[in-house]
Design a binder for this molecule. Structure first.
Ligand code: FAD
Length: 433
């Protein structure tokens, strides 16, 4: 028998458990440990609440989650409740699938003013992450700026733009639903340092902006290279750029506007005790398509800035860490003897849900090669259970999660698939034991 601990129950954690099952069959026991009482990482707390078809991917992990040799050990924070060193003493292999949940700072003067919010916090707030329930973002303002040219920036701009009716069928949490419904925001700027050809936004997500009930996207056609150059783009990117060009033809007859500020580099945030304006330097592209400042600046008066510029993995004691890349130091997923990384903790915050799957399979093969035909020598589950019990940790099982989910579905508002619990105590209470 091999005993494997996977730390993190997001997509990377579950794909890895699936791969380990395929690799070792019934000769493996996998414990998926998560700091949250509920599984699935960013599928619950990151993917936008109005994208239910994407969130539904978690149903695919249930087959793995419900199999006899895979166990969910929730409400256990590795680094606090148990250390990696202790886990190494108990399991034949440890796989870090902890994601990249911390916002990278913008790194400009004023980025610590109230009203500057990282996307992990903002997205966590509207998705009911317990860490961000009290965020209270300023929405009683007219203009917001969203920094970044990826899909997370689009999610944030779209959520800020939607009417209450457009959230029907979503699982947006009640506190965000009510605050967004009373929002005074009329303009949302999306800033990118480079141009339309350099965006990291996918066509489906961009296309959605053209169909919002009460908001319209705007672009300046002067920002675009000649249309003939679009032919040089790969098909997906070309489609995205076509959506952007089409935005210029939309009628500006709605209450809210989403403005694309290309070639725009934030240089300073100003305000008396809170965000009042963002100072932006216009840029141009050099021959390597990198953005260089022109020295010309303009200001965007705004009361909320959400930065969607990437994330990092928090370090864990005893695990080598690459500070500059914000992830665990690893070579093709191997950190050290018996210690591996998958998903965003391995690669950094790039790629879609499916991008995490090959990581799991690669690591499972690697573990098979490293362990060889030798039977594992570690104690595994009973040892962890003893340790956690001695520390009074209130572990959440997969059955507990199913009860939490049932309770969330039962208390759902009309038209919503569920009404998420936000506080950990409420999640634990919903287990009914
Ligand atoms: C805002 C946002 C929207 C996105 N939307 C989409 C989308 O629409 N479609 C798409 O394909 N992809 C989307 N993605 C990308 C997708 O979510 C990621 O590719 C994927 O979640 C990464 O998986 P992961 O398992 O590495 O990390 P995560 O999903 O972050 O999972 C990490 C898990 O580790 C746990 N954990 C962390 N530290 C510890 C610890 N010390 N102890 C115990 N547990 C710990 C966390 O609680 C979490 O459950 C989005 C990402 C973001 C940020």
């Amino acid at each position: 028998m091999r005993h494997v601990a996977v730390i993190g129950s997001g997509p990377a954690g579950y794909y890895t458990a699936e791969a380990l099952q395929k690799q070792f069959g019934d000769e493996v026991r996998v414990d998926i440990i998560d700091r949250m009482p509920v599984p699935y990482g960013l599928i619950r707390f990151g993917v936008a609440p109005d994208h239910q078809s994407i969130k539904a991917v978690y149903r695919r992990y249930e087959k793995v989650a419900l199999s006899d040799n895979v166990r969910f050990v929730g409400n256990v924070l590795v680094g606090r409740d148990v250390t990696v060193a202790e886990l190494r003493g108990l399991y034949d292999a440890i796989i870090l699938a902890t994601g990249a949940p911390s916002d990278r700072p913008i790194g400009i003067p004023g980025d610590d003013l109230p009203g500057v919010i990282g996307s992990a916090a903002f997205v966590g707030w509207y998705n009911g992450h317990p860490d961000f329930a009290d965020l209270d973002p300023p929405l009683d303002i007219e203009t917001a700026a969203v920094i970044g040219n990826g899909n997370v920036a689009l999610d944030v701009a779209r959520i800020l733009s939607k009417t209450p009716a457009e959230f029907v069928g979503s699982d947006i949490v009640a506190h965000a639903f009510s605050m967004l419904g009373n929002s005074a925001i009329r303009s949302i700027h999306i800033l990118g340092r480079r141009g339309p050809h350099q965006i990291a936004m996918t066509p489906k997500e961009l296309g959605e902006l053209a169909h919002l009930e009460d908001a319209v996207p705007r672009v300046e056609l002067d920002d675009f290279p000649p249309e003939l150059d679009d032919a040089l783009l790969e098909p997906g990117q070309r489609k995205s750029v076509t959506h952007l060009r089409d935005f210029a033809r939309l009628e500006a007859d709605k209450r809210k506007t989403i403005l694309f500020d290309f070639f725009a580099k934030p240089v300073r945030i100003e305000g008396e005790g809170k965000v009042e304006r963002l100072i932006v330097e216009r840029t141009m592209l050099d021959e390597r398509k990198a953005a260089i400042g022109t020295g010309e600046t303009y200001e965007i008066p705004c009361g909320l800035i959400v930065s969607c510029i990437g994330y990092k993995t928090p370090p864990i004691e005893g695990v080598p860490y690459e500070e500059d890349r914000g992830r665990f130091a690893n070579h093709e997923g191997v950190i050290g003897e018996g210690l591996y990384a998958v998903g965003w903790a391995r690669r950094g915050p790039t790629g879609t849900i499916g991008t995490n799957r090959p990581d799991g399979y690669e690591v499972a093969e690697r573990i098979a090669a490293d362990l060889g035909s030798a039977r594992g020598r570690k104690e595994g589950r009973p040892g962890l259970d003893r340790l956690l019990e001695s520390r009074g940790v209130d572990v959440c099982t997969f059955r507990d999660w199913q009860k939490i989910e049932e309770a969330e579905i039962q208390r759902a508002r009309e038209g919503s698939p569920r009404e998420k619990f936000v506080a950990i105590t409420d999640m634990l209470g919903a287990r009914g034991r």
